[in-house]
Design a binder for this molecule. Structure first.
Ligand SMILES: NC(=O)c1ccc[n+]([C@@H]2O[C@H](COP(=O)([O-])OP(=O)(O)OC[C@H]3O[C@@H](n4cnc5c(N)ncnc54)[C@H](O)[C@@H]3O)[C@@H](O)[C@H]2O)c1
Length: 389
């Protein structure tokens, strides 16, 4: 490609400014225009990268012919800029998660993109890091047998809903919640690793006793159409030292996987898959090599676990195979990088995303929004919700 792709970014807060930096560093993209209702912010970011600043994204979309439009406005305000970009003829939109906070918005965006033939990628960044991808491969290749149950918690420090966005924090989180901001990541991650299975039923609870302007937390049970059941929980009232705590565990019919992505007190980051006994050592090492070939380094284990606690002994002692890693390096930009590759290769699934299913697009955004909306509705009505097939 001789010319760089012309990009414009709408919403220049915490994430939008990171998008600008990412696209500016990428050799195949150039940020030519940026827009934010906070004009000063648009001018500040625009001057850093030599991009034309706008207070009004509609003017930006009218003036500029863009190959990629990035939308990074707050959770509840994705629809209008996305629809405007589609109307202006933008061929590719990269949208921050969650796709929307209500299903009607997600449907409208999805249908508009389909009608216009625009590509729309949603940045579910948790599909990107090495151990996320190792989790995908372990589950998709059946190394745990059938996935039966799991639990995931993704909690933020209470400073997120009380201070993270400065003076605009209360309005920001008041139009969102832990379900939209955090469980959107979890729901997408589970849909991805368990695909083609989809969430069929939801039951959730919430609390509203501390923050007042947004729920304190959501705690939900998701049933997938494969029969797998997951408990997913996200809090905004935790007095913890770190910004985020994130842990996932999967119990399969033949193995278990435990993944501490952002550790809490007394925990260490790490990832361990105790895989099916049906695997031969040869298959285990071939799988390890396969992952290494993709830059995912995990140790292969051949060991005899001996489950004891004090004088209690639960037997065991059989030879087991596993894979493990003690660091969980994040790669928050892999999804976006692959979305740019998709444009360069004129496809929806570029070679850099090969073997990881499709890149997250509008249909994933729509399904994620439906599940999160069901979590919110279930907690409000204290009733189980069945999702449309
Ligand atoms: N992918 C990830 O891992 C990840 C992580 C954090 C946040 N996010 C998502 O990124 C999005 C942005 O979050 P943030 O933390 O950067 O928020 P932010 O408030 O820091 O940034 C949003 C920006 O949009 C601007 N804005 C609001 N309405 C606008 C409009 N109509 N036109 C133009 N600009 C407008 C605001 O002035 C602000 O600068 C959210 O949807 C959030 O959930 C994604």
């Amino acid at each position: 490609m001789s010319e760089q792709l012309k990009t414009g970014v709408i919403g220049l807060g915490i994430l939008g400014s990171q998008h600008v930096r990412f696209l500016e560093k990428h050799s195949e993209t150039k940020v030519v225009a940026v827009a934010d209702i906070r004009g000063d912010r648009a001018r500040e970011i625009g001057s850093q990268v030599g991009a034309q600043p706008y207070e009004d994204y509609v003017s930006m979309l009218k003036d500029q012919t863009l190959d990629i439009v990035v939308v990074a406005t707050p959770d509840a305000f994705h629809k209008d800029p996305v629809l405007a970009a589609i109307r202006a003829g933008a061929p590719t939109i990269i949208l921050e998660k969650p796709m929307a906070t209500i299903t009607a918005d997600a449907e409208e965006m999805f249908e508009a993109a389909e009608r216009a033939g625009a590509r729309m990628f949603v940045n579910y960044a948790n599909r990107g890091s090495a151990l996320d991808r190792a989790t995908y491969q372990v589950i998709q290749r059946g190394l745990l047998g059938q996935v039966i149950y799991g639990d995931v918690h993704l909690d933020d420090n209470i400073s997120v809903p009380t201070r993270m966005w400065g003076a605009r924090t209360k309005d920001w989180v008041g139009a969102s919640s832990t379900a939209h901001f955090l469980l959107s990541h979890v729901v997408d991650f589970l849909r991805w690793v368990l695909s083609p299975s989809e969430v069929s039923d939801v039951y959730a609870i919430s609390q509203r006793r501390v923050l007042g302007y947004t729920p304190d937390l959501y705690d939900a049970f998701l049933t997938f159409d494969s029969g797998a059941k997951f408990r997913v929980k996200a809090e905004w009232i935790k007095h913890i030292d770190g910004l985020v705590e994130f842990a996932l565990s999967f119990s399969g019919s033949e193995g278990s996987l435990s993944y501490i992505k952002r550790p809490g007190f007394g925990e260490v980051e790490g990832w361990r898959a105790n895989v099916s006994e049906r695997l031969s050592p040869h298959e285990l090492f071939a799988f390890q090599n396969d992952l290494a070939g993709e830059g995912i380094n995990v140790r292969a284990l051949l060991h005899r676990p001996d489950p004891t606690a004090g004088e209690l002994k639960a037997g065991g002692g059989d030879l087991r195979y596993g894979l493990e890693a003690f660091a969980a390096p994040l790669d928050s930009w892999r999804v976006v990088r692959s979305a740019v590759d998709a444009v360069l290769e004129d496809t929806l699934t570029p070679s850099s995303w090969d073997r990881y299913g499709p890149l997250p697009t509008g249909i994933d955004g729509l399904r994620q929004t439906q599940v999160v909306a069901a979590i919110v509705e279930s907690a409000e009505r204290d009733a189980a919700i069945r999702l449309p097939a």
